[in-house]
Design a protein around this ligand. Structure first.
Ligand code: SF4
Length: 325
């Protein structure tokens, strides 16, 4: 786990971010409400910091990442990168800003153009931003632990871990300050996952990068995150320093996610919280606390009261009515 979160000027500030998708019904496409994929999400990230963003599939974490980079348009809210309001930028200004903000995708193969050589793939972002490509491609490959000779080869010639290294090199090409790593190790073998997480940590130390590290599993982000935000059905339900979150989780959903991490000790296994049921459809979000149909601590009040995300102590906020006294 990473050290204490230091209070630097913020690199990224996300406030009240929402992404709603309209639902239409019937022959005439009648408006039938919205899917609230991201519903009032706020957090910030300091230079050089890693914020882990965790939750089950469909909780809105990937949509959050894409809305921050404007790969999709947010419904409302603000996203400030070094005090520039990203959501109000024109195309040209956005392109200039994008060199500071990059993304690494989950599927390294799907995100690399199969018709281009590795050299061609790494040269593309350099050309878009008017940078020289000579020598830089070899530098990038060295930086991610690959031989410069691979520049002449094609993506299908590499293993999953090597492709993810190429995806990381492409993100680094324009010397960004901030990278969204969207489930960067989920598609890889467990033995390779640690190598990629270690590489991302080394690059962070070398280049002072800040990460939003998206994962569906708390074990993957444990060692790389300074702070962790847990998402459920479009909302952040708990946010804390990593050490605090892993040692003293307060939201029943966070406790359940931690319980799902395999532990070899059978005595610990006995006291685990097992989540029942699937994540409800975001089309029909349960009333009150959206987690109440699955929550082992739910009370009758939980079906009516919407818990806000409130500080229970400095730097640790939780959205659960049982923790707000
Ligand atoms: Fe569980 Fe109720 Fe807390 Fe929601 S508000 S997490 S249902 S105890």
């Amino acid at each position: 786990m990473r050290g204490e979160h230091t209070i630097d000027p913020m690199l990224l500030q996300v406030q009240n971010l929402k992404k709603y998708y309209p639902i239409s019904q019937g022959l005439w496409g009648r408006d039938a409400g919205h899917v609230k994929a991201v519903d009032d999400v706020s957090f910030d990230i300091s230079p050089g910091e890693t914020l882990g963003l965790v939750g089950e599939s469909g909780c809105g974490k990937t949509t959050t990442g894409r809305a921050i980079l404007r790969l999709i348009d947010a419904t409302s809210g603000t996203v400030r990168f070094k005090n520039t309001d990203i959501l109000s930028l024109g195309k040209k200004q956005l392109r200039t800003l994008r060199r500071h903000m990059q993304i690494i995708f989950q599927d390294p193969y799907g995100s690399l153009n199969p018709r281009l050589t590795i050299g061609g793939i790494l040269s593309e972002p350099l050309k878009i931003h008017g940078d020289k490509t000579k020598d830089r491609v070899a530098d990038l490959l060295n930086t991610v632990g690959l031989s410069p000779d691979v520049a002449r080869r094609y993506p299908h010639e590499f293993s999953g871990g090597q492709r993810q290294r190429i995806g990381i090199a492409r993100a680094l090409a324009v010397k960004p300050q901030f990278i969204i790593a969207d489930e960067p190790v989920s598609a890889l073998d467990v033995s390779i996952q640690a190598q990629i997480v270690n590489l991302l940590q080394d690059l962070q130390a070398q280049f002072g990068l800040a990460y939003l590290f998206i994962a569906h599993d708390l074990s993957v982000i444990k060692h790389i995150s300074n702070r962790v935000a847990v998402m459920y059905l479009g909302k952040i339900v708990e946010l804390a320093e990593s050490q605090e979150l892993y040692d003293n989780p307060q939201h029943p959903y966070t406790r359940a996610l931690l319980s799902s991490i395999p532990i070899p000790d059978p005595r610990v296994r006995g006291s685990r919280t097992i989540l029942t049921g699937d994540v409800p459809s975001p089309v029909n979000v349960p009333s009150g606390c959206a987690f109440h149909p699955r929550c082992p601590e739910a009370t009758p009040d939980c079906a009516h009261r919407k818990p806000e995300l409130l500080d229970i102590e400095p730097g640790h906020s939780v959205a659960c009515i049982l923790r707000h006294n």
